[in-house]
Design a protein around this ligand. Sequence first.
Ligand code: NAD
Length: 518
Amino acid sequence: MDQRTVSSVIAGRPVAGAPGGRIRSTNPARLDEVVADVALGDAALLVTAARAARDAQRAWADVPAPVRGRAITHIGRLVEDNKQALAALVTREIGKPYPEALGEVQEIIDTCDFFLGEGRRLYGQTVPSEMPDKQLFTFRNPVGAVAVITAGNFPVAVPSWYIVPALLCGNTVVWKPAEYSAAVADAFHELFCRGGGLPPGVFNVVYADGPTTFAGLEQALDAGLIDKVGFTGSSEVGARIGELAGRHLQSACLELGGKNPMVVTASADIDLAVEGALFGGFGTAGQRCTSLGTVICHESVHDEFLTRFAEATAAAAVGDPFADVLYGPMLDIRFAERFERFLAWIGPQHKVMGSSGIGRITAANPRARFVGDPEAGIFCHPTIVDGVRPGDEIFDRETFGPLVGVTTYRTLDQAVELANAPGYGLSSSIYTSDATEAFRFRRGVSAGMVSVNNSTSGAEAHLPFGGNGKSGNGSRQSGQWVLDQFTRWQALNWDYSGRLQKAQMDVAELTPDRDFRL
Ligand code: NAD
């Protein structure tokens, strides 16, 4: 298997040396296979990249929006032509099963398909004035130079949600991908720069660890080089990024963690709910921001649901992500280690189901229907924890990994209260055949996204994506909604009357007859 040598690219030139040290990105399904040798940057490199983005921004904004839209067209086509190769790299580097990796790449193509047309829209408005011989207008202006920091669980789809609209709107970009998905990031960057014919400095990429990124971002913001920060990652780091951006009078786009509830009502189709829980809870080894956190089951169907869910989980194939499996390895060793700490939250009040063991799958802790060699990579047992309640860490906190909690409710109001209790607010789902329940749940739940008779996972490129509470600050990605992240409205008023007309004061008034009665 080929191995990539990856380094930051600033103003179109690969950066020599590795001021932040070197790391190896390995295949999590075969740890002895190095996918990329990665040269990391330091804080100063991030500042250099921000300056390159700043320097290139005015000229890029001067490229007419329809021409920038054509660049997005070409990027989308080039990604489509390289779909299988990029998906295979995603599977190799982060272990996402190949069909899901193909879907992940498709999301870039869909995002390009949406925004290529936006280049010919990017509409402003003409607005009537309250005075004669005066016209009002609105324009969307690019924000400027944008820093984008992303997690590696959606190593190309989520970056495309930022980078495609940011570029289309006339911004330039510094992207800091996750270190453990560097080979995929390098391929993505190359496809974008070559496919879009992007001038140097328009799209820069810097590889760095978390603390270095924070230091570099702070310096770049202090120097006035960055106008907008987009961050996708944990709620803890997101809170710090939001604080930093706020100190510079900026509102970051924050897409953070989730503890996504799924309500199974008494009228639910249980087979459908089990299928949704399996995909939502264990797909991508539970390492999606939209992964199912807790099933909130009506007490009348709890036993039936739990039995069938546990059976389906026990029967699911886990293992080699290039084979036909429900899920593959953890994204990286750091997530397996952290997941072990989450498993320690299981208490005597809980009932554990779903597999022949918990934690790492090994020869000594095997799983039936494992596909491949578990010891070659970092694979974890799927774990269902029944009997979770508010106050349990397992109920209250995101447990990024293959773990699903189960609890019960009696009234729909209780179900909504339980769904909102952890304080996140990304995705949610309800299984019901009662429209009243579906709409009452929608109104009550704090999540930015609600599924009815569908799992908590599964975004479409033209619907707003984002969360509330610990899941984000209300920013939305995708579709027309994200345009408000990457443009600022400018209002223009043009008075061609030849005199100074004062708003509110020089306004004509028609005289109404307020005493008139029928
Ligand atoms: P993380 O916050 O540790 O890292 C995310 C990114 O931020 C990485 O590129 C990392 O290098 C960088 N980073 C880490 N510390 C930093 C710091 N102090 N300053 C600046 N950058 C820093 O997140 P993770 O645990 O690697 O990723 C998983 C998390 O991301 C989960 O909570 C998941 O739910 C969330 N996520 C959210 C979405 C969404 O759209 N809402 C999508 C994917 C993942």
